[in-house]
Ligand binder design. Structure first.
Ligand code: ATP
Length: 270
């Protein structure tokens, strides 16, 4: 069961250099997650507790998972990921048991970064979701909070949660000693988009006519995940045309395609 719902990576391959346009967020994550893992004695000496949990919130595909992975990589910590939706179960006690398993695995693999994606699945306001009214979902959340209380003073396990639906969250989880550090991870601005284009084309055979600054302007509203998709798609356009060098037109066609696809999925979700 563990293997199916939990992703455990000894030292994920993502590093800070792979993340574009999130300088401030990176800085905050480093202070709140990396420092307590690397220098727990600093917090002891100063006499303050490091933040218990960090909550990353913002639109899909903006780099929340990457940030959590990069900090685990930097600190040589095991990265343990679980989706909130996996904790919502039909059988009584199963969600709470999975939370206990999650922390058991973290204790076995210290230092560890626990990443809970889609935390809203277990921590939505009662009025906002059918499942959160469920006593079982409430118990799962209580188990998570009590596990967090249990390792408060220790530096070897840090917990990061993420959500696309900040507005839906039960404010109770944001109280001190819980997810008390909030970091917004927005879509990138033009400058950020340019950097993300550069990151994702590092290994690509890009023609001299390609201007990432221009592409970044044109691809307004793109997330980091969209830009990654554009780069791969641009490569596909070149291959279809039997070329090994990727031109500006390939990137433009790719952006049109990615944009059209994301419009479609938005229509479906309406
Ligand atoms: P979700 O909320 O959907 O889980 P997320 O915010 O966790 O999304 P990630 O999984 O971190 O998003 O990003 C998905 C992919 O998009 C990454 O693997 C990366 O290739 C690319 N990406 C997203 N944001 C960035 C960024 N800021 N810099 C570079 N690449 C990015």
């Amino acid at each position: 069961v563990r293997a199916r719902v939990m992703e455990v990576t000894e030292s994920p391959e993502v590093s800070y250099e792979d993340i574009g346009g999130l300088e401030e967020q990176m800085q905050e994550v480093r202070e709140t997650v990396e420092m307590p893992l690397e220098k727990p004695e600093m917090f002891d000496d100063v006499g303050i507790d490091p933040p218990s949990g960090v909550l990353l919130y913002g639109p899909p595909g903006t780099g929340k998972t990457m940030l959590a992975k990069a900090v685990a990589n930097q600190t040589d910590a095991t990265f343990i990921k679980m989706a909130g939706s996996e904790l919502v179960h039909k059988f009584i006690g199963e969600g709470a048991k999975l939370v206990r398993d999650l922390f058991d695995v973290a204790r076995e693999h210290e230092p560890a970064v626990i990443f809970i994606d889609e935390i809203d699945a277990i921590a939505a306001k009662r009025t906002e979701s059918k499942t959160s009214g469920d006593a079982e979902v409430q118990r799962t959340m209580m188990q998570l909070l009590s596990e967090m209380d249990g390792f408060e003073e220790r530096g070897e396990i840090r917990i990061i949660a993420a959500t696309n639906r900040f507005d839906m969250l039960d404010r109770a989880i944001l109280r001190p000693g819980r997810f008390d550090r909030l970091i917004e991870v927005p879509k990138p601005n033009a400058e950020g988009r340019e950097i993300i284009f550069e990151i994702h084309t590092r290994g690509m055979n890009v023609a001299d006519d390609v201007e990432f600054g221009e592409l970044a302007e044109e691809a307004d509203n793109a997330s980091g995940a969209d830009i990654k998709a554009v780069c791969t798609e641009a490569g596909m356009f070149a291959i279809r045309d039997d070329r090994t060098e990727i031109r500006m037109e390939d990137f433009r066609n790719a952006w049109d395609k990615v944009q059209a696809e994301s419009d479609e999925t938005e229509d479906v979700s309406k």
